[in-house]
Design a protein around this ligand. Structure first.
Ligand SMILES: Nc1nc2c(ncn2[C@@H]2O[C@H](COP(=O)(O)OP(=O)(O)OP(=O)(O)O)[C@@H](O)[C@H]2O)c(=O)[nH]1
Ligand SMILES: [Mg+2]
Length: 314
């Protein structure tokens, strides 16, 4: 694709990201605007700004840091809401830069095994479907494993995505052992010389110990066959849950070696700021964000675009 073709596509995606984040940015940017109609940055205003950032799920530490930086530059000076939003966006982009990393499929792994986990309904299966379509379009051979053998209709749901993407889905009847399915899928995908194997798993709430153990078992069984697999273990987080996302990361990390995050449903959320707090707290790569249900609505996470989208800036 030429640079000229890419440019409108990029702009189109940014507009979607921006409108996806509009519930969050309305709250943040609207709140900032309400505080500033050209006035001096005093202690009270700084406190109100900090409160607003905390209320938008950016986290206490991040909120303190952003307002301290602003105070350092602008205390007792006249500032406009636009300047404040620009300053915050620049700082947020700096925080996000180190974690904004696309998911790399290592060609040396045949297949590169991606295990996908998360709580119920966080967007795992949909995300896998979207990734499968995107990787297939890049010319990769993708296999999917319907490792959610628990929930009724979960297998069919992945099969629909598989058909849409034109990639094989390995499945067993509902109620089968997910670890055994993962093991078999890996054998088959290796034999076929696939580039990527993505394993779906059942949603599990972080307080269900036996389900968390089952996830660890899936990993153990995969390792028996390929010791350095899974090569990626993605935790899919629902962007509408706010601070609870932190707890999910902590608990899943105890059971599996979470290598990166995907945050979905940012289009329906006023809590998109949580991505910034997660970046500060865990420094885990954020590979992609979901801003809708269409295949195109999952995109690589870009620090600057996301930060500007949060602040409602172009
Ligand atoms: N608006 C919006 N909806 C999304 C996004 N990602 C997923 N969804 C929707 O969220 C719902 C749940 O998605 P699933 O992919 O089934 O979630 P899951 O984690 O596999 O769910 P379980 O298997 O039940 O744990 C579906 O209706 C999806 O279409 C997103 O980025 N934006
Ligand atoms: Mg699912």
């Amino acid at each position: 694709m030429s640079a000229e073709q890419q440019e409108p596509e990029r702009r189109g995606w940014f507009q979607r990201l921006k409108s996806g984040l509009s519930r969050t940015s309305d709250k943040l940017a609207g709140g900032i605007t309400a505080l500033f109609t050209k006035r001096k940055l005093d202690t009270k205003t700084l406190q109100q700004l900090e409160d607003l950032l905390i209320a938008s799920d950016l986290g206490v530490a991040t909120a303190a840091k952003l307002t301290a930086n602003l105070a350092h530059e602008k205390f007792d000076k006249e500032v406009t809401d636009e300047e404040v939003r620009e300053a915050f966006a620049a700082d947020i982009a700096r925080i996000l830069e180190p974690v904004a990393r696309t998911l790399k499929i290592d060609g040396a792994n045949r297949p590169h095994v991606v295990l996908v986990c998360g709580v119920n309904g966080s967007g795992k299966t949909t995300t896998i479907g979207k990734l499968a379509q995107q990787w297939k379009a890049e010319g990769k051979t993708v296999w999917l494993a319907a490792g959610d053998t628990f929930r009724a209709a979960a297998i069919e749901q992945l099969q629909v995505w598989g058909e849409r993407a034109g990639v094989p889905v390995i499945a067993r009847p509902q109620g089968s052992d997910p670890a055994a399915l993962a093991f078999d899928s890996l054998s088959q995908a290796r034999e076929a010389g696939a580039d990527v194997l993505v394993i779906d798993t059942a949603g599990r709430l972080q307080n269900r110990a036996e389900l968390m153990d089952e996830l660890a078992k899936i990993v153990r069984v995969i390792k028996k066959q390929v010791p350095d697999a899974p090569h990626d273990c993605l935790l899919v987080l629902d962007g509408t849950v706010g601070q609870n996302a932190h707890n999910q990361v902590k608990v899943f990390r105890k059971m599996v070696n979470v290598s990166g995050l995907i945050v979905t449903k940012l289009d329906g959320s006023a809590r998109g700021g949580v991505v910034v707090a997660l970046a500060e707290d865990f420094a885990l790569p954020v590979h992609a964000v979901g801003v809708g249900e269409q295949p195109d609505d999952l995109r690589p996470f870009e620090a600057r675009a996301f930060a500007r989208g949060l602040m409602g800036l172009e």
